[in-house]
Ligand binder design. Structure first.
Ligand code: TYD
Length: 215
């Protein structure tokens, strides 16, 4: 499967700030004035749909599932997200900029640790690659401190696991480049505002942003 234009993905370990940065980006687009910027669709995985909902109860530890089952559920959730009516593919093809917090690389990184590389690769090989992938890199010890302030922990928020997560992200970025995505590594230990500037710089260089004034 090829690259889906107008589709951007944020990736990173837990506590790397992807959700915060997506929120900042949304505000920037909301303040852009009519016609000044393309429509932004900010979305995330696991989704708020039925499979995503089920996954979240497994992530909270309410139900226990094999790593292999998690891998299958994440790819089922993703297929719905991409191909449903008004899903990611339709929206991006119609000219929205779709930015998604986590995508296939999360499955290859997280489920790869739990059930080996092969299954996540097979389950995700037919999904389109993003045009741009921003990887938020942060020392797991710093990220872990950030996660500590959250009321709810998920099953992957363990320091040893997050150290493996970071190693796997870094080792898999080149394979994303080989699939045709533009991959940018961002130092996510920097201040929120300076990370937001780097995000904006990269987003504003996308072909869909050509001729947009932004702010
Ligand atoms: P998310 O809601 O982004 O958590 P956070 O805001 O804490 O970063 O993602 C929830 C968890 O789901 C996160 O620990 C990563 C995991 N995940 C996978 O293991 N595989 C996947 O394919 C996806 C999309 C997420």
């Amino acid at each position: 499967m090829g690259v889906l234009q107008n589709f951007v993905v944020f990736e990173g370990g837990d506590g790397s700030g992807t959700s915060t940065q997506l929120g900042i980006l949304k505000q920037r687009f909301a303040g852009g004035g009519p016609g000044a910027l393309p429509p932004l669709v900010a979305t995330f995985e696991p989704t708020g749909g039925p499979v995503g909902h089920f996954l979240r109860s497994a992530l909270r530890g309410d139900i226990q599932l094999l790593g292999e089952t998690m891998a299958r559920l994440f790819s089922a959730d993703r297929a719905e997200h991409l191909y449903k009516e008004d899903g990611v593919v339709q929206l991006a093809k119609r000219g929205s900029l779709v930015v998604c917090d986590r995508y296939t690389l999360s499955s290859r990184v997280y489920q790869g640790i739990e059930c080996g590389d092969e299954l996540p690769v097979i389950l995700n090989k037919d999904f389109p690659a993003p045009e741009l992938l921003l990887y938020f890199d942060v020392d797991p010890i710093i990220a872990f401190e950030r996660c500590k302030q959250r009321s709810q922990r998920d099953i992957y928020e363990r320091l040893n696991f997050q150290i493996q997560v970071r190693g796997r992200y870094r080792s898999l970025l080149d394979s994303c480049r080989a699939e045709g995505s533009c991959v940018v590594e961002i130092d996510a230990s920097a201040a929120i505002d300076s990370v937001a500037q780097v995000v904006w710089r990269n987003i504003s260089q996308l072909p869909i942003m050509k001729g947009c004034t932004g702010q």
